[in-house]
Design a protein around this ligand. Sequence first.
Ligand SMILES: C[S@@+](CC[C@H](N)C(=O)[O-])C[C@H]1O[C@@H](n2cnc3c(N)ncnc32)[C@H](O)[C@@H]1O
Ligand SMILES: [Zn+2]
Length: 446
Amino acid sequence: MGRTKRLRSIKKRNQNIVAEKCDSAISLYHYMRQFGWKNEKKLTCLNFSTTGRGLCSKMTILEEDPIIRLPLEAMITIATLENDQDFRDLTEDLANFDTKVYFQSLLALYVLFQKHSNDSQFRQYIESIPSSFSTPYFCQSDELYFLPEIVLLQSVDQNRKIRESYTAMQTALGSKLCPCCGLQYFKEVFTLKDFKWAYFAVNSRSVFVNDYEIQPLVKDASRAWVKKILCDKPDMALAPFLDLFNHSDAALTEPLIEKEDNHLHYQLITKNSYQPYEQIFISYGNLTNLKLFTEYGFSLDDNSNDYFEITLVDIEALIKTEAKFKGVFFHSNKFKFIREHNLNDQMFIHATDGLSHNLQVVLYLIFKEPSHFPNVLNQTAFGSSVVFEQSVEDEARLLCLFKIKEYQSFVDSLVKLKELSSSGQASVVFLKHSISYLQKYLDKFV
Ligand SMILES: C[S@@+](CC[C@H](N)C(=O)[O-])C[C@H]1O[C@@H](n2cnc3c(N)ncnc32)[C@H](O)[C@@H]1O
Ligand SMILES: [Zn+2]
């Protein structure tokens, strides 16, 4: 997106700023000051009517300004874990087990470990983390019936990772007792329910950091015990206060780690400008609404990074339900060929750019190609002579209408439920955004 559009878009989103004072962050300021943090940009936490809790500045913020400069000591990084002898005593045994854990899971355990401690230096930060999240993972069972398959698949994958990590830690550390209260850690102190909360806290509130940049904070580098228990790189960090910034597709921010007064600082430089009290947004990445919803529990109206993913199951369901295809035979060789050549990956509809290449090829093979012989399918799919998009436009439109109808029926069923959880409410919003997105594609043909 060009700079002008980005700026206009930010302005548009902040018309009629309606925001209330937010007290939940007050003790977080005290937490930050312990580490010598100066609120140079006069950041203020408000509850915005559009996004919920977020940050603005009392000052004008200019393009290229650092919007925040966090001392790395205030963040929870690999170095925090390396330096924590009590946490080492709890988790070091994991190194003797075959199953290694994801750093995200270890960070989640660390959050629970600190939450349980009576004298945690991170208490004020941990108390500032929301007590629940609106990702579809936390939908109630009656809401799950009305979620698209593609969303359910993501939640199943998240569940697998959470359960695998929790079980690995429980197996290795199950008998350990907490020295402060004598309770068994993995029975009475860290329940699976708590772990799920902590996992999503880390998922939605951490930033990317290169672990070598954090290395100077490790007090005794020769001990380096954390990496021995990990199956991935420790390149995430919890960033107190910075994690109060909300995301916008129109925002552009760049991270920078810099040394100042002999301390390392994590900075975010904005490429936008903001008026006093206008909400300041950062970018969590060029993320689609599906990704925002499944990882962060929200979606954006008119998200400029969006596209709509299609699965082969969607096309098979269309064939089963659409009157036009009644009695038409679709040879199974075609579906086999598509799966064997992974043509069903990267199938999506873009509201303005149209169909992805693979979706064009797949629709053509299924609906237009007269032959079902692999050598012909191969020539059609990978030769250069066929122009696909226009010839499959009718089928693409039918597919869109089919998905709109399906998503609308999910919305209707969800709003009929007695009570919707915050995840259920976020699901309704996500489904409505998806419907408008597909409608935008269809409007091209009017
Ligand atoms: C890093 S936190 C940002 C601060 C958060 N609003 C809070 O009160 O702690 C990320 C979470 O904020 C919310 N969020 C971020 N950007 C948003 C937006 N544009 N609209 C609605 N919610 C948003 C989502 O719940 C997301 O999981
Ligand atoms: Zn205890």
